[in-house]
Design a protein around this ligand. Structure first.
Ligand code: SAJ
Length: 427
């Protein structure tokens, strides 16, 4: 089978290579010439464990090439970005998907299958992509086949998850679903779940919305408990001992390219019906300001000047700062102009990021932990003795070895900031 993969990013590239290493002839297409050049010299342009070796194998076997121009093939997989639009409801920007499909049309032949892997708003396949494909005169479900197969892999484990995760195959017609199943059965060992395109779109979006809404509930509990003087983290761990309760963990906000993006696609498609989803997005996206407010309150008590921000990524043990609430908090504190803010993150390489913890904490008044990197578990009161005031505000409840310190606060003990005696400054 010959396969064309449109969009060679975090998902498209591993998918293309996977097919190539299961004996298919794969052409990867990207609009970015630099990406094509790098891949043509045999180098991957993204970080993903094991992927370079997989590409080496695909190239050695002459099964993968990268280019700018689409060629005729048996199947086309579209895996291009779908950002939020800049409108009031942050709806789904389908323009890259539609342009990729438009580029396929001149080479589309009877018997071909088009698969959309990009995350798209509900009904996009039927309402927008189907008419575009049928503008060629070919009938979907009879002449050509159109399927939505959302990806659900976690960066860092992509190769394993591509093979073993279940896969939703959402055809526009049952014949389309059949065509999609045939293609993924080449390497997927998880269940191939037969579905309709719109159900598949909504299912993918709801997986991430489910998490976003549940995290919002945990974050709202933090607001409520801070006001009432109750420890929200104790409440969560206790409630979760109930066999049918799974409260999520609160934090400084929700980042990344999925949870902070996908719920808007649903909300924008049905604004009057999606109160809870919109409210949850609001709660999570205002968490950074809430953390800044508490930081300022604590710094006022400490009469402090220097803040060491621990962690900038959108979650722990990764180097990805896309849509990161930690980065937002760092920038907000910086912009206030009244603090000396130092960013410390062992995973992020950038000019303004400190890699020596001792330099970051030297004469600092507060360590503000915003990410649960494993390294932060090792923070002890002894490792902070070069601070001016040894105080920690731990928004991820990770520096637990500091929990007994007088000035250690987490999202369960924010109400104690108000009770702290003001530090007197000697001039
Ligand atoms: N977070 C919390 N509290 C929690 C869990 C997470 O505040 O209890 C925060 C994290 O710190 C982070 C954000 O939520 O800022 C998102 O992290 P995540 O690990 O939940 O999700 P992603 O965006 O890395 O990956 C998700 C995954 N979806 C689900 O788990 C339902 C992944 O399987 C999907 O492939 C991916 O989105 C995607 O591409 O859709």
């Amino acid at each position: 089978m010959k396969l064309v993969v449109m969009g060679l990013g975090y998902i498209g590239l591993p998918t293309a290579i996977m097919f190539a290493n299961h004996d298919q002839d794969v052409l990867g297409i990207d609009v970015n010439e630099k990406v094509i050049k790098e891949l043509s010299t045999g180098k991957i342009h993204i970080e993903e464990p094991g992927l370079q070796a997989e590409l080496d194998r695909a190239i050695q076997n002459n099964k993968f090439k990268a280019g700018l121009v689409v060629e005729p093939a048996d199947a086309f997989i579209v895996s291009v970005p779908t950002p939020n639009k800049n409108d009031a409801l942050k709806s789904c920007d389908l323009s890259y998907v539609l342009s990729a499909v438009t580029n396929i049309l001149p080479v589309l032949e009877k018997g071909n299958t088009i698969i959309i892997e990009s995350t798209i708003a509900p009904r996009s396949t039927e309402d927008h992509i189907l008419p575009l494909v049928e503008s060629t005169g070919l009938i979907v479900g009879e002449d050509v086949f159109l399927v939505h197969c959302p990806e659900r892999v976690l960066p860092g484990q992509i190769i394993h998850e591509l093979i073993y995760n279940n896969r939703i195959i959402g055809g526009v017609t049952p014949a389309c679903t059949e065509a999609g199943k045939k293609i993924y059965s080449v390497f997927v060992q998880g269940e191939l779940i037969e579905s309709a395109a719109s159900t598949a779109e909504m299912s993918k979006l709801m997986e991430n919305t489910y998490r976003d809404v549940n995290i919002a509930l945990a974050n709202e509990l933090v607001h409520i408990s801070a006001k009432l003087g109750i420890n929200a983290l104790d409440v969560i761990s206790m409630a979760n001992k109930h066999p049918r309760v799974n409260l999520h963990q609160p934090g400084p906000g929700v980042g990344g390219h999925c949870l902070a993006v996908d719920p808007y696609f649903i909300a924008a498609a049905a604004p009057a019906e999606s109160h809870l989803i919109q409210r949850s997005r609001h709660i999570n996206s205002t968490m950074p300001s809430f953390i800044v407010e508490n930081t300022v309150a604590l710094m006022n008590k400490l009469q402090g000047r220097k803040i060491a921000v621990f962690g900038l990524t959108y979650k722990g043990d990764i180097d990805d700062i896309r849509e990161s609430p930690a980065l937002e908090i760092y920038h907000e504190l910086e912009a206030m102009g009244q603090y000396d803010v130092v960013a410390y993150d062992p995973h992020v390489v950038a000019g303004f990021v400190e890699h020596d913890m001792a330099v970051a904490t030297a004469d600092a008044d507060l360590v503000l932990v915003l990410v649960d990197h494993s390294e932060f578990r090792d923070i002890t009161p002894q490792s902070l003795t070069n601070m001016r005031e040894i105080a920690v505000l731990d928004a991820k409840n990770i520096a637990t070895q500091c929990a007994d310190m007088e000035k250690y606060f987490n999202l369960g003990t924010l109400s104690k900031i108000g009770e702290l005696k003001e530090v007197s400054v000697t001039v």
